[in-house]
Design a binder for this molecule. Structure first.
Ligand code: BGC
Ligand code: CA
Length: 344
């Protein structure tokens, strides 16, 4: 008897939960709620912190208009395990869209499994998973930019500067002695940017001589440190510094500014990103140019895609590559057009 009672109440409880669940699914207002959980690999990254600021701002605008919006942000301080736990938390808190900036871009499986279990779509951004991983489920997307394009543009900027000023070849040997400061190993933007910048310079008829190459993990202080070591070895021989991002170009400039070199012995510096400090360095003539990595556009694309996924409307307006990728174009920044970017 007692067992029967328990069983019946169990079934009733179960039905109630199911009904409640069905009810919630039918409510049209539910799709108007956009609850975005953002997981970032490391918030001390200059480019990403500016991108997330832009995302918060744009999210507020979206909230004023069509959606009731909430954004929850977690940063993993460089640990994939921490990020896996944070994604679990975000899902439990009720996020209906996840934007994930992986710590280890080759290691998204745990996050994908979690999201899939709870049917929460993931928009990966900035740190691109390999195609096989993105194929694991149909609700996985990527928003970013084409690394090759940024490398080519950086090469073009450097070539233009060199062609415009014969003094850049300071020792007059017809070759440009250069060093590379590279981003994190294994990051899709590191090697590809370097390769394409160097090849583009060569294609433009510039004869190059590589003096040194160091990894500085996108980081200004590390780049300064690496550059100080390079300087102790090559002294005034360096004519061009190619950095995979603005922060590392700025770190290299910091090293020169701390040294005894006069400005006329400084090499040409070229960066990538167009962060606030990067653009300012172009204004000040410290950097010959940079390549704008469209953080506002990438943030907007994530929100547009997120809104379309939860509301079921507007997917047809989004331009995908291979149904999953959204790549925002890079833009070249020089002293002539930097003003257009400062307003962004
Ligand atoms: C940016 C870097 C940034 C890195 C982080 C790159 O696309 O150019 O500045 O540190 O992404 O993943
Ligand atoms: Ca030279």
């Amino acid at each position: 008897m007692k067992v029967k009672k328990i069983l019946t109440s169990g079934i009733i409880l179960c039905m109630c939960v199911c009904l409640l669940d069905a009810c919630q699914k039918e409510q049209p207002e539910e799709s108007k709620k956009l609850y975005v959980g953002v997981a970032c690999y490391d918030q001390s990254d200059t480019f990403l912190s500016e991108m997330l600021d832009s995302m918060k701002e744009q999210m507020n605008d979206l909230g004023d208009h069509q959606f009731e919006t909430t954004l929850a942000l977690r940063e993993a301080a460089g640990s994939q395990r921490t990020q896996d736990d944070q994604v679990k938390e975000l899902i439990n808190a009720g996020c209906n869209i996840l934007c994930v900036n992986l710590v280890e871009r080759a290691d998204p499986s745990e996050i994908i499994d979690l999201a899939r279990e709870h049917d929460v779509p993931i928009i990966f951004f900035n740190r691109e998973p390999v195609p096989e991983d993105l194929m694991q489920w149909d609700k996985l997307y990527y928003v970013g930019a084409d690394a090759k394009q940024s490398g080519v543009m950086q090469g073009e900027l450097a070539a233009a500067a060199i062609q415009a000023d014969s003094q850049i070849d300071r020792n007059g040997d017809g070759k440009i002695q250069y060093v590379v400061l590279e981003g994190e190993q294994g990051h899709q933007d590191a090697i590809i940017r370097t390769e394409n910048a160097v090849n583009t310079l060569k294609d433009q008829g510039i004869v190059l001589e590589k003096l040194s190459y160091r990894i500085a993990n996108w980081n200004r202080a590390q780049a300064q440190n690496q550059m100080e070591q390079i300087l102790s070895q090559y002294s005034n021989k360096i004519e061009l510094v190619l950095a995979n991002n603005d922060d590392m170009a700025l770190g290299a400039i910091d090293a020169y500014e701390k040294s005894n070199f006069t400005r006329s012995a400084f090499p040409v510096f070229v960066g990538i990103d167009g962060t606030d400090v990067g653009l300012q360095a172009v204004v000040d003539g410290k950097m010959a140019g940079t390549v704008y990595n469209d953080k506002e556009g990438q943030a907007a694309a994530m929100l547009q895609l997120g809104a379309a996924l939860v509301s079921g409307k507007g997917m047809d307006k989004i331009q995908f590559e291979n149904n999953k990728y959204i790549y925002l174009p890079y833009l070249k920044v020089t002293q002539e057009n930097v003003g257009d970017f400062l307003k962004k």
